[in-house]
Design a protein around this ligand. Structure first.
Ligand code: PLP
Length: 384
């Protein structure tokens, strides 16, 4: 698909990926036959079938069995459900230094000391640290460890399978936030060794407000929401049937498109190369990253100015971390990587199923202009 340069370029799929047409039509169809999946009449049974078919489709995205999927209101609730379940099960809580707030804030709310598992300068969790830390546990102490599969700001992929081996050797529980990785790289929950794994529909072309917690057999889950007993008593509340149908359709499309999505890496790297030649820093370049994500920093060129400058030219990206107020705050992820000097001057461009090579080229072109204007202004200030 070619596109005129004047058309807007959306490179913020890690924030929300546009809803796929397959998801849209699955949702419209589910909305058209609204009934409660718990009703025993024919319409209720049809709604139940939509939910159960969707459960199988979402399970297939991560190589799980359908009964292992619990639908939630999104990635945040999926993470919160895993953490809340671990309260009372463990007294040892270890979370990665670059976890999303959905993990970090819920861990902090558990009333237990939270140990922060550091990352190296590339943004990869330090396995040696974990090994030493776990070796220091007393006999019978079983830890709950949270490690995301891929970081939302840098796209850096984490050594989850290796961490699982260490955690399981201590009878511990490994929780994996796979919200950003799902639909961008292949996932097999058993091969990863995740005891629980969080997903969110709107990161892969489904609707906002629906997600899932996938769990291994025998995981110690306890509901946050009690009531009607839906989702096998683990998440009460009438199911979001249309949202769940949209999630499933998006999951199927994402799985189908997984191979073609890998082209994003080539286009991204070509754009990144041009920006690096101007002096920009490509974060996490030396390690495995999601194919769609570029975190780029220019010392002295604030993230806010970059985002605004690009937006004025119709190119939409995010600052490393945007808070819900819409304001830009310094990136805790970069700070954890020891890159504090770049923490308020990094932006994230993230492609997805709508993104073309021209989009990445346009991003590089517009960024180059914005950077040129910035350096010219900085030089003028020097001489003033
Ligand atoms: N985990 C990660 C890594 C994320 O990037 C996000 C959203 O940005 C979430 C969890 C929260 O997901 P949701 O927006 O579905 O609540």
């Amino acid at each position: 698909m070619t596109r005129a340069f004047s058309q807007p370029v959306y490179l913020d799929h890690n924030a929300t990926s546009p809803v796929r047409p397959e998801a849209m039509s699955a949702m419209m169809s589910a909305l058209g036959q609204a009934a409660n999946p718990s009703s025993v009449h024919a319409a209720g049974r049809r709604a139940r079938a939509v939910v159960e078919d969707a459960r199988a489709a979402v399970a297939a995205l991560v190589g799980a069995a359908a009964p292992d999927v619990i639908f939630t209101s999104g990635g945040t609730e999926a993470n919160a459900l895993a953490l809340a379940s671990a309260a009372g099960w463990t007294s040892r809580l270890i979370i990665g230094a670059i976890e999303h707030e959905a993990v970090a804030a819920n861990a902090a709310a558990m009333g237990l000391p939270v140990e922060i598992w550091p990352v190296d300068a590339n943004g990869v969790a330090n396995l040696d640290w974990l090994q030493v830390r776990l070796a220091g546990l007393s006999a019978g102490e079983r830890p709950f460890v949270a490690l995301m599969l891929a970081n939302n700001e840098t796209g850096v992929i984490q050594p989850v399978a290796a961490a699982a081996v260490l955690v399981h050797a201590t009878q511990g529980w490994l929780h994996v936030d796979a919200v950003q990785a799902a639909g961008k790289i292949a996932i097999d929950v058993a091969a990863l060794g995740a005891d629980t794994l969080a997903l969110s529909a709107h990161k892969l072309g489904g609707p906002q407000g629906v997600g899932a917690l996938v769990h291994a057999e025998g995981a110690h889950l306890r509901p946050i929401l009690r009531g009607g007993g839906q989702e096998r008593g683990l998440r009460a509340g009438t199911e979001n049937v249309a949202g769940i149908a949209g999630f499933a359709a998006a999951a199927q499309a994402a799985l189908r498109d997984l191979e073609s999505l890998q082209a994003q890496a080539v286009w991204r790297d070509s754009a990144a190369e041009r920006l690096a030649a101007l002096g920009a820093v490509v974060v996490g370049q030396a390690v495995d990253r999601l194919p769609n994500t570029l975190c780029i920093a220019a010392p002295g060129f604030s993230a806010q100015l970059q985002v605004m400058g690009l937006d004025l030219e119709g190119v939409m990206v995010s600052a490393g971390a945007a808070c819900s107020s819409g304001r830009v705050k310094p990136s805790g992820v970069l700070a954890a990587m020891g890159l504090s000097e770049l923490a308020d001057c990094a932006v994230r461009a993230s492609g997805g199923w709508t993104t073309t090579e021209q989009d990445w080229n346009r991003f590089a072109e517009v960024w180059r202009h914005a950077y040129g204007r910035h350096t010219a202004r900085a030089r003028m200030k020097e001489f003033a």
